[in-house]
Design a protein around this ligand. Structure first.
Ligand code: AMP
Ligand code: TRP
Length: 352
């Protein structure tokens, strides 16, 4: 995994038929944090062998809010390197950049034309994001249709996302159903798969809100995946807890901080809730809880950071891996797009 080399003669992609097909996407905006890693990336790495996976860096989605071009470019490569460093194996799955596969933007346009505007105006993420913008772009409203295109082009059966994205996957299902109804059976209906633990990693400085990319610059909010170990330790030892001393899982709002720290420990160690509580039975207060959580987080992240540095040291090789992924994705999505175009009455070009 650490020394993946691209074999230029081996670009023929052979789709698996017996495995469930999964499409997952992540935006190259902001710094990747522990919430993204535990809520999404770690799960993706875990099911690489048992499923047929398409992992997409959704740069077109990132454009729905203002981006600095230089930063967007560097964050896109950086995210690709993080995914590979975290364990995504490009020999086992298809890892690619959304804008490298033109079928995604084309599918979005076609699906736009059969999606009622009211469906998009009801999306909670749109309403939240739109209320924070001075000027709202068409792209922000259209975001879920582009996402539906991503998923439907590959006939993905499963979409592995954090619970904030469930509504968008359900909309993709509705869009597929409506299209199938109008034009005949075309799309597989996708299902959102939400990881049980780790689905929501909360902010360290406010355990009642989700850890998020837009807040990662604020010290104490998040653990960045590329943060220095000293910084990680500092953020976790400063995490907000409560005035008690009981180290147990709890749904009570006042114990949200302790619950979050235990949840992080649980996902990383893979232990059950009762085993986690047993681990902390003789801990001396929240101070020790925090230090031990910091320790498992740092142990998990350090090898990822090492592999990340190596990958970023050879950007040419990284771009080759992404080009191979795009070729594989093109092979599948272009033939699906032709099927869609034929269904709706477009003439396929002879220039192929
Ligand atoms: P985003 O940062 O919104 O591009 O999200 C990328 C992936 O990480 C999505 O699957 C999200 O649902 C997931 N994710 C984002 N923030 C968190 C969080 N705090 N806890 C768990 N998962 C998250
Ligand atoms: N909207 C998703 C997020 O912010 C990213 C995404 C875009 C996605 N296209 C997708 C996720 C397709 C799953 C499938 O997390």
């Amino acid at each position: 995994m650490q020394n993946q080399k691209i074999n230029p003669t081996n670009t023929q992609f052979k789709p698996e038929t017996s495995k469930k097909r999964v499409f997952s996407g992540i935006q190259p905006s902001g710094d990747v944090h522990l919430g993204n890693y535990l809520g999404a990336i770690k799960g993706w790495v875990g099911h690489q062998t048992e499923k047929e996976n398409f992992f997409c860096i959704v740069d077109l989605h990132a454009l729905t809010v203002p981006q600095d071009p230089i930063q967007l470019r560097s964050q896109t490569r950086s995210l690709a390197a993080i995914l590979i460093a975290a364990g995504i194996e490009t020999e086992k799955c298809t890892l690619f950049i959304q804008s490298h596969v033109a079928a995604h933007a084309e599918a979005c346009w076609i699906l736009n034309c059969s999606t009622p505007l009211g469906w998009l105006e009801r999306m909670t993420q749109y309403k939240d994001k739109a209320s924070n913008q001075i000027s709202v772009s068409m792209g922000l409203l259209d975001y879920p249709v582009l996402m539906a295109g991503d998923i439907l082009l590959y006939d993905a059966q499963e979409v592995h996302v954090g619970d904030d994205q469930k509504q968008h996957v359900e909309l993709a299902r509705d869009i597929a159903q409506r299209f199938n109804h109008i034009f005949g059976e075309t799309f597989t209906l996708p299902k959102a798969i939400i990881p049980k633990t780790g689905a929501r990693v909360m902010a360290l400085n406010d355990p009642l809100v989700k850890m998020s990319k837009s807040e990662t610059q604020l010290s104490g909010h998040a653990v960045g995946l590329l943060d220095h170990p000293d910084e990680i330790k500092k953020s976790i030892t400063r995490a907000v807890t409560d005035s008690g001393n009981e180290i147990r899982f709890s749904k009570e709002p006042e114990k949200a901080g302790v619950n979050n720290l235990l949840g992080i420990y649980k996902v990383i160690t893979g232990k059950s809730e009762s085993d986690v509580e047993t681990d902390f039975e003789d801990a001396k207060g929240y101070g020790e809880l925090k230090l031990r959580v910091a320790e498992v987080v740092i142990d998990e992240i350090i090898p990822i950071q090492r592999r990340y540095k190596r990958l970023m040291g050879d950007v040419g090789e990284l771009d080759n891996l992404l080009a191979k992924g795009a070729k594989q994705a093109q092979a599948i999505s272009e033939s699906k797009l032709d099927e869609i175009k034929t269904k709706i009455g477009l003439i396929l070009s002879k220039n192929k």
